[in-house]
Design a protein around this ligand. Sequence first.
Ligand code: ATP
Ligand code: MG
Length: 225
Amino acid sequence: MKNTLLKVENLTKAYTPGEIVWQKVNFELAKGDFLYILGGSGAGKSSLLRTLASFEQPNEGKVICHGINLQNSSRSDLSRLRKRISYIPQNLGLIPDLTLKDHVEISQMGLPPSEIVDEAQLQAYLQLMGLKDKWNKPIQVLSGGERQRVAIIRAISRKADLLIADEPTGAQDFEMTWKLMDLFVKLNMAGTAVLLATHDLEMVRRLRKRCAILKDGNFKVEDRS
Ligand SMILES: Nc1ncnc2c1ncn2[C@@H]1O[C@H](COP(=O)(O)OP(=O)(O)OP(=O)(O)O)[C@@H](O)[C@H]1O
Ligand SMILES: [Mg+2]
C-alpha cells in the first residue's frame, strides 16, 4: 500500500474575497516522492507551501499530513507535526541576533536523538555548505546566500520525512546550487519526500522529477519522469 505522507484535497486560497490565488488543488505525496512546484512569480507557490507546512490556512479544502488534519488540530498537534517537517521558507525566517548554532539548536529542541542528525552528519552539512566557520556567528553578519544555507541546515538538522523547500537555491551560485540539489536528491533517495518550489526551468530540465504547475490559479501535476 502507498505510504501517504501528505494528502491535499480541494484546497483553495483567496486573500481577498473573489481574488483566487489557487483553487481546487489536489495531490498526494508518498514516502520517497519528489515533486517540483513550478510557476511564475506571484503564481502562488509560497502561499501554497506555507499552507502545506501549516503556517497558513486555506479558505477551502483540507490538508492531511502524517494523518493529522491541519485545519482542525490542536496547537500541540500542530507543533508536533511541524517538528516532522523540514521547511525552508522563501523568506527564511531567521532571527538576526541569533547564531547559526542557536538556529540549529532551536530546530532540534525537545526531539529525541533518533530524530535529529548526529554530530558527524551535521559537520558534513556544515562542510558541504561552507558554513563551518560561521557556526557561532549571528545571522546579521552573514551574506544572503549564507543565510539561505542556514535556513537549509536548520531544516535538515532534524530527520523529518517531508522536506518542503521554497526556492531553496534562489540565492546560491551555480556550484552551490548543484551541491544542494544533490543533497536533496540524496535525502529523497533515503526516503524523505520532497516538495520543491522553483521557477528555474534549467534545474527542472537537468534533474527530471515529477512537476506540478501553478498557473492562473490552477494546479496541475505533470508526469515528466
Ligand atoms: N499575506 C498575503 N496577503 C495578501 N496577499 C498575499 C499574501 N501573500 C501572498 N499574497 C499574494 O498571493 C499571490 C501569490 O503569492 P506567492 O508569494 O505565493 O507567489 P510565488 O509564486 O511564491 O511568487 P515568487 O516566485 O515571486 O516567490 C501574490 O499575488 C501575492 O501578492
Ligand atoms: Mg514565492
